[in-house]
Write a protein that binds this ligand. Structure first.
Ligand SMILES: NC(=O)c1ccc[n+]([C@@H]2O[C@H](COP(=O)([O-])OP(=O)(O)OC[C@H]3O[C@@H](n4cnc5c(N)ncnc54)[C@H](OP(=O)(O)O)[C@@H]3O)[C@@H](O)[C@H]2O)c1
Length: 286
């Protein structure tokens, strides 16, 4: 396939480009500031509303991972969040329709309020912050919507840190870290997510999919599991309450995703946390 990935320099997009290249697909990796490591890089700034380059590439599939992912930045600069996350997605969807490219959009657990947890695809979204709101608006324009939750993984192309790598680095340096104990998530290994998304691309599966890790856990217990797996000092992890963190944007208390639909339909399945951490460990020592 000729696959175009937006956000090719990101934690997820970079991994999709890496795996798709290994699988001998023809890969085009879009970026804004940081040149991607994998695929044929091309510049695409979603604030510019100019998609000529995509018309030239004529991809079979567009996997749209690019977004303004800084949740607090989205709250403090709503105009930019709207432009990138909503208008950018709508513009891409339009060009995808014109080119008859299959359009996969990566959305988020933050479309939900977090009051219920273990959300299924049919649950009613009700975002409590502007990031979630802008991501939800984009969902209406896509062939396939993939919602995921707290992505982590080895070697992000941009060097942008993610929770697991941040924690490992801090604990290795014997620094204390404060981690919330009253927020529940289904953490997702980028490699596992990328493989499931590529299967969706190959099979052209329409509709909504919750693709996340198969284990619901508090962020604090997630940190303990990581410390355990990497034999690091758990006593350095201090549990705190969400309210103690003075953040600009509200966060859902339980945005865990139910991945039963994906487990039934896909050949690649969402990994349990213990399986995913084993893979991460192998990837980090490669
Ligand atoms: N990370 C999570 O925990 C999480 C959870 C749920 C859902 N998601 C969703 O999953 C997707 C991937 O997340 P991620 O963590 O992999 O993202 P990320 O590492 O923060 O990367 C974001 C990507 O978006 C690109 N980008 C930012 N602004 C852009 C613009 N104006 N024009 C074009 N590209 C732009 C960046 O390009 P440059 O690096 O070149 O600037 C980068 O490649 C996102 O859609 C996000 O909403 C993420």
């Amino acid at each position: 396939m000729k696959i175009l990935v937006t956000g090719g320099s990101g934690l997820l997009g970079g991994k999709i480009c890496e795996i798709a290249t290994e699988e001998n697909h023809q890969v085009y990796s879009g970026y804004c500031h940081n040149v991607p490591q994998f695929g044929n890089p091309f510049k695409l700034d979603l604030t510019q509303n100019n998609f000529d380059i995509i018309s030239q590439i004529k991809p079979d599939v567009i996997i749209h991972t690019a977004a303004l992912t800084n949740v607090d930045k989205c709250e403090s600069d709503k105009g930019l969040a709207y432009k990138i996350n909503f208008e950018g997605t709508k513009g891409l969807a339009k060009i995808a329709r014109q080119l008859n490219s299959f359009f996969i959009y990566i959305s988020t657990d933050y479309v939900f309020s977090g009051e219920k947890g273990m959300y299924v695809e049919e649950d009613r979204p009700n975002p409590i912050n502007y990031y979630g709101y802008t991501k939800l608006l984009g969902e209406d324009y896509c062939d396939c919507v993939v919602r995921t939750c707290v992505i982590y993984g080895a070697r992000p192309a941009t060097g942008k840190i993610n929770f697991a790598l941040w924690l490992i680095n801090k604990l290795k340096e014997k620094e204390e870290v404060r981690v919330v104990m009253d927020q529940y998530i289904t953490p997702t290994l980028n490699t596992n997510l990328a493989e499931m998304i590529l299967e969706i691309a190959e099979r052209r599966l329409f509709g909504k999919f919750h693709l996340a890790g198969a284990t619901r856990i508090s962020t604090y217990n997630f940190a303990l599991e990581i410390a355990n797996k990497f034999k690091l000092d758990k006593d350095l992890i201090i549990p705190i309450k969400m309210d103690e963190l003075k953040r600009i944007a509200k966060r859902p208390r339980d945005s865990s995703l139910d991945t039963s639909k994906a487990s039934k339909i896909l050949k690649k399945r969402p990994y349990r946390l213990d399986e995913a951490l084993e893979i991460l460990k192998k990837e980090l020592i490669k």
